[in-house]
Ligand binder design. Structure first.
Ligand SMILES: [Zn+2]
Ligand SMILES: [Zn+2]
Length: 280
């Protein structure tokens, strides 16, 4: 297997000249490399031992797709972001030795977006299959629970268009998973509530969780980053169950937890999640 450094250099090699997209380049964080150019550019960075995160989406690149290197070569991709990330997912997957499979954290439009075009078999939890394979992967969303307006604009009106634009469409599920299954050196954990079949991947040796939308660190009505919180009630299949899943994750006492959007939780992750479950 190629070393992390080799992979990293290979990813760097696909980046554009900085002059072509100064705006995106200027907001790169240390350790991030730009892949592509223009509004669909993504960044790649190391998230943990053997795990890289691709961040995409316009304008703040808040959609996270994880690439987990496998001992036998190639990667498992966890969560599939939005449709415009497809070519980057394919290309980075190719550079990293090939995508063995895409595992959906859940089937929402902004998590299955690149899955149909990834060129690899797609897996998800058994309770999520019907949604991932449907035209509408989130029929229980209740957008009337969103504010009509936020400082970002008319969010309630905008969301149907955002979801449609993010979505890659129905994806055929080749295999289903359940809690306790093992994938790419991680254990599958069921975190229902935000979606019926939402799952996370858990690695006990460094207490690392890749947990999809089990928590949010941004406000989906404004796009602003902030404290951890349960997903917005408008977007949850069962809000109380989503809260319970957040407590379930807290009880696992993660060292680091990376979600489907924005920044990871570090430090007192358990405490932050318990506070979020009790107050948000
Ligand atoms: Zn979601
Ligand atoms: Zn999401």
């Amino acid at each position: 297997m190629r070393s992390a450094a080799t992979k990293s250099a290979a990813v760097r090699g696909t980046g554009p000249s900085m002059a072509l997209y100064i705006h995106a380049v200027s907001d790169l964080k240390p350790g991030q490399q730009l892949v592509g150019r223009g509004p669909t550019a993504v960044t790649m960075e190391r998230a943990a031992d053997g795990v890289w995160v691709m961040r995409g989406g316009f304008p703040h690149r808040t959609m996270n797709v994880y690439f987990v290197a496998e001992n036998g070569g190639g990667v498992t991709v966890f969560d599939a972001g939005i449709r415009t990330m497809t070519k980057h997912v394919r290309e980075v997957g190719r550079i990293m030795g090939g995508i063995n499979r895409v595992v959906l954290g859940h089937g929402h439009a902004d998590h299955r977006g690149a899955a149909p075009g990834a060129g690899a078999p797609v897996w998800c939890h058994e309770a999520e299959r019907e949604y991932a394979e449907a035209d509408d992967p989130q029929p229980y969303f209740d957008l009337s629970k969103l504010p009509s307006w936020s400082k970002a604009g008319p969010v309630r009106l905008a969301y149907p268009y955002l979801l449609k634009g993010w979505d890659g469409g129905p994806v055929r599920i080749e295999r289903t998973l359940k809690e306790g299954d093992s994938v790419a050196g991680f254990e599958v954990i069921h975190f229902p509530g935000h979606a019926p079949g939402q799952i996370g991947l858990w690695r006990a040796r460094d207490r690392l969780g890749l947990v999809s939308d089990t928590f949010y660190t941004l406000d989906p009505t404004t796009g602003e980053f902030g404290h951890p919180r349960v997903a917005h009630v408008a977007f949850n299949h069962d809000h109380e169950q989503a809260r319970a899943s957040m407590r379930k994750l807290a009880a696992m006492d993660p060292e680091t937890a990376w979600a489907g959007h924005a920044e990871p939780l570090t430090g007192d992750v358990r405490g932050q999640l318990e506070t979020a479950a009790a107050t948000t």
